[in-house]
Design a protein around this ligand. Structure first.
Ligand code: C5P
Length: 233
């Protein structure tokens, strides 16, 4: 059975189940947590998720966003796979978040339920094309407060918003932060990025790291350096 969840969540963004399992096994001595997102889920399906969740602390990152009844049913099925954390889009609204929250209550071992505030690939210009009134910072705060009101455990946000989220909700409300770029690496498609040490300084709870580890020549060494930069090695 998995032990205590570690602050570093490695995104197993790989094309096949074998590659996903292989990387998880390689990094296991570091005691990190893992994330399965759309790419690996489409390749390995629920069976792979259940297998990984049995061995490791697993965040199932499928970002559900649909009508309340559909999301509640999907969340219930996801929770039954034994995952440690799963997520939904806060943009789905209050009723959807409440329905999701209620759905996880029935599972034996309730997973953490977090809401995506604004994708870390979005900036103010990209947001302005889809909504005409608010900045990223405003939307993250509004959606974090709403997620907390609905009984969620935390949010997915960038490092730039951690302080505002903690201040507007509570220091216990979890922040899960993707868009981590150590060693001055390229941002790729991410817009709101930060180095691991900055997230720790800002009081972030969990860091999600994908490509800086998955595309490294030596993923174990890359993960070890990130943990060292976080001050947890
Ligand atoms: O490769 P990189 O470190 O940018 O990967 C970040 C991971 O976090 C990806 O799996 C992406 O889907 C996920 N994610 C994100 N932004 C969010 C929520 C999840 O980048 N708001």
């Amino acid at each position: 059975m998995p032990g205590d969840p570690k602050k570093l969540i490695v995104a197993l963004d790989l094309p096949g189940p074998d590659q996903g399992e292989e990387l998880a096994l390689k990094l296991a001595p570091l005691g990190v947590s893992y994330k399965v997102g759309l790419e690996l889920f489409m390749a390995g399906g629920p069976a792979l998720v259940a297998k990984l969740a049995f061995r490791y602390n697993l965040f199932l990152d499928l970002k559900f966003h649909d009508i309340p009844n559909t999301v509640a049913a999907a969340v219930k099925s996801a929770a039954a796979l034994g995952v440690w954390m799963l997520n939904i889009h806060a943009a789905g609204g209050r009723d959807m978040m409440l329905a999701a929250r209620e759905a996880i209550e029935v599972s034996d071992k309730r997973p953490l339920l977090c809401a995506v505030t604004i994708l870390t690939s979005m900036n103010d210009d990209l947001i302005a094309e889809t909504t005409n009134s608010r900045s990223v910072a405003e939307l993250v705060t509004i959606r974090s407060k709403l997620a907390a009101e609905c009984g969620l455990d935390g949010v997915i946000c960038s490092s730039l918003e951690i302080a505002a989220v903690k201040k507007s909700v509570s220091s216990h409300f979890l922040t899960v932060t993707p868009g981590i770029r150590p060693f001055g690496e390229a941002k790729d498609d991410q817009a709101r990025v930060a180095a691991p040490a900055e997230v720790i300084r800002a009081g972030g709870d969990y860091l999600v790291v994908g490509r800086p580890i998955t595309r490294a020549g030596d993923p174990f060494d890359a993960a070890r350096k990130i943990l060292a930069e976080m001050g947890v090695l």
